[in-house]
Design a protein around this ligand. Structure first.
Ligand code: FAD
Ligand code: UDP
Length: 371
């Protein structure tokens, strides 16, 4: 074996494929029983395709990333739509990102695009500089929309106030003055036609790649000193010697509803204020699957102190980024270990960004063969 890859998610699988195609022999291990990392999907007991670790919607502006993945899957065009149910609105649901429809229907107005722009200009609270997620939201939509759609959701999702999170978190959600109700506006938006797991099976199906699931890195770390690409949490690799890097976890509550053809009108409904969960996703919208019943997942945020909690999100704020920098300095001093992915680079990466980062790392490794 030339390279050991820890983690069979996007970071590990894309790197493995590229190295194998360059003629290397690669061993991929993952502590879970499944490949595909958090993108893992499977048929549930009722035969509905579900995403075990929460809804994964593929979107990218990178033609290179889309073309690269297209070698391993056909695609089903899919544009994600999200409704949010704020408090004090009689349980009504409104498009998110906030757009013209959201503002007109919430406030009983009939504004055109210019009218919505003028409305937002009137209610927004200009902030300078813009540092936190609170700055981002108040600066774009003002206090009332912030409280209805953002503050409660963020408190639930992160266990922190908007003001305690870097601006980049809330900046993922744009504000629109038109009627566009798509969650993403990327050039390429599609779901792998036979699911993510099938796509990963094809990616990892190469004579140069061996995959072993159910294998913890700690079990091979001492005996195995070959070149390593590590895609797990970077602080774990270093025994948390500077203290634990904060990650946010979730509990996924899956449910099948027999005899219910459709549970909700769109793929995801967000619950900014009521309920313990942040959102409910109905998978048939994402997959286009026909089935007499339907399957949904509720995402219930939790800290890493919950029993069995897995790290899903790095928590972007200045203190955590400063702590990460200390681990990053150790990582950069390594000559035969490379850290890649959402947990290893402590970055709020989407899938396509991980693919791009993996392609770049693989290129570097191929250009500079193992010592
Ligand atoms: P992961 O997928 O986490 O893979 C890392 C793998 O390493 C895991 O399988 C883990 O078991 C393994 N591992 C860790 N430590 C060890 C160890 N010590 N030994 C052995 N194995 C180990 N992105 C989008 O683009 N669109 C979306 O709609 C979207 N929705 C998301 C929804 C949720 C709820 C979450 C949590 C993420 C979402 N993402 C989405 C982000 C997406 O999941 C990530 O960008 C992507 O999965 C990261 O890939 P990765 O390989 O870096 O990490
Ligand atoms: N957000 C919010 N209300 C919503 C949706 C999102 O306040 O209804 C904020 C919240 O802080 C969330 C962030 O915007 O964590 C990013 O949302 P996104 O849907 O991109 O999160 P992800 O899909 O990565 O969990």
């Amino acid at each position: 074996m030339d390279t050991l890859i820890v983690g069979a998610g996007f970071a590990g699988a894309v790197t493995a494929r590229e190295l194998a195609e360059a003629g290397e022999r690669v061993l991929v291990i993952d502590k879970r029983a499944n490949i595909a990392g958090n993108a893992y999907d499977r048929l549930d007991a009722s035969g509905v395709l579900i995403h075990e670790y929460g809804p994964h919607i593929f979107h990218t502006n990178s033609e290179r990333v889309f073309e690269w993945l297209s070698r391993f899957t056909e695609w089903r065009p899919y544009e994600h739509r999200v409704l949010a149910v704020p408090n004090a609105a009689d349980g009504r649901a409104f498009p998110l990102p906030i757009n013209r429809t959201t503002i007109n229907s919430l406030y009983g107005l009939d504004l055109d695009e210019a009218g919505v722009a003028a409305y937002l200009e009137r209610v927004r609270e200009p902030r300078e500089p813009i540092r936190t997620s609170e700055d981002v939201v108040l600066n774009s939509v003002g206090r009332d929309l912030c409280e209805r759609f953002f503050r409660g959701y963020t408190r639930k999702q992160w266990g922190l106030d908007l003001s305690e999170l870097a601006g980049g978190v809330a900046a993922r959600i744009p504000t629109r003055t038109n009627d566009d109700d798509r969650y993403f506006t990327d050039r390429f938006q599609a779901m792998p036609a036979e699911g993510y797991t099938r796509m990963f099976e094809r990616m990892l199906d190469h004579p140069g790649i061996e995959v072993r699931t159910g294998v913890e890195y700690a079990r091979v770390a001492d005996t195995d000193r070959r070149r390593t690409v590590f895609t797990g949490p970077v602080d774990e690799y270093y025994g948390q010697r500077f203290g634990a890097l904060p990650y946010r976890s979730l509990r996924f509550e899956h449910e099948h509803l027999p005899g219910t053809a459709q549970f909700q009108p769109v793929g995801t409904v967000n619950y900014p204020n009521d309920h313990a969960w942040t959102r409910i996703t109905e998978f048939k919208h994402l997959s286009g699957q026909q089935h007499a019943g339907t399957s949904v997942v509720r995402e219930i945020p939790q800290g890493m102190d919950a029993p069995g909690a897995e790290p899903y999100y790095p928590i972007p704020n200045p203190a955590n980024e400063a702590l990460y920098k200390r681990y990053e300095a150790l990582a950069e001093a390594e000559t035969e270990v490379f850290f890649l992915g959402r947990l290893a680079q402590y970055r709020y990466y989407n899938m396509d960004q991980v693919v791009a980062a993996a392609l770049a790392l693989a290129q570097r490794l191929v250009d500079r063969p193992s010592a």
